[in-house]
Design a protein around this ligand. Sequence first.
Ligand SMILES: Nc1ncnc2c1ncn2[C@@H]1O[C@H](COP(=O)(O)OP(=O)(O)OP(=O)(O)O)[C@@H](O)[C@H]1O
Ligand SMILES: [Mg+2]
Length: 287
Amino acid sequence: MAETIIKTEKLCFEYEKNEGEEKTQVLRSLDLTVERGSFVAVLGHNGSGKSTLAKVLNLLVTPTSGKVWLFGKEINEETMTEDELYEIRRRVGMVFQNPDNQLVATIVEEDVAFGPENIGVEPSEIRRRVDEALETVGMTAFARHSPHQLSGGQKQRVAIAGILALRPEIIVFDESTAMLDPMGRREVLDTIRKLNRDNGTTILMITHYMDEAIDADRVIVLDDGRIVLDGTPREVFSHVEEVRAAGLDVPQITELTYRLGLSGTPITAEEGADAIEALITNRQERN
Ligand SMILES: Nc1ncnc2c1ncn2[C@@H]1O[C@H](COP(=O)(O)OP(=O)(O)OP(=O)(O)O)[C@@H](O)[C@H]1O
Ligand SMILES: [Mg+2]
């Protein structure tokens, strides 16, 4: 049996914009279980609650009600010590959208060392972690460079290395490819996939790009603070109308074959090509 690494039960989050005003519900009774080592894509239109969920898991915001377990422990900010809470935050890394806001030092390797230095890791161990993290994200050659000289994708990989140096077990990527060009997106996506496959890191990847979600083991669709779809990418994208109702599109190839009335749910270009080829062959045989 796989180990449950994240669990939420009836998780709610609401806030009051102004004192006395009606409260806005951001997360509505969310039940979510994530297994260690899985790669979960989180989709949802603007304001559906994705970043709020990420912040709850990183203990940046406190749920209004409901329960959260991380690493098998129920989170309770009242009974847990600051050290315990800090340790859980370390084990859940967060990578945000804008790489420029996440880099703090003027030299790449110093930037990666910043996190472990802050938590008092031994200097020799810091060296080891920095080298390893830069290697993992393919940025070893840039260790002595200034982050300003890097492309967006490279900067984002340095930001990821900075998180890796803290040895997290879960990493939440909150639209970490949104500001990158296609090449930067690919670099970062490849890095995310590698972390999951080779290091066994549990990944929650919030994204607006449907074609990024097809790489995940599992896709969750949020709509207005609720989980409305949850399954493998193929299962989720086979519900074309439900995906649309949640304000999203299915991947382009799925859309095309859906419009052509083809059965099955192709989610990759290859599968789409096969389905269309079969359609053409079929027609030729009938003529
Ligand atoms: N602390 C807060 N104060 C005011 N409004 C908030 C706060 N936190 C969240 N919201 C609102 O809650 C809703 C959900 O926000 P959230 O950032 O979780 O959405 P999201 O799915 O990440 O959206 P996006 O795709 O735009 O990043 C939005 O309407 C947002 O404006
Ligand atoms: Mg967001």
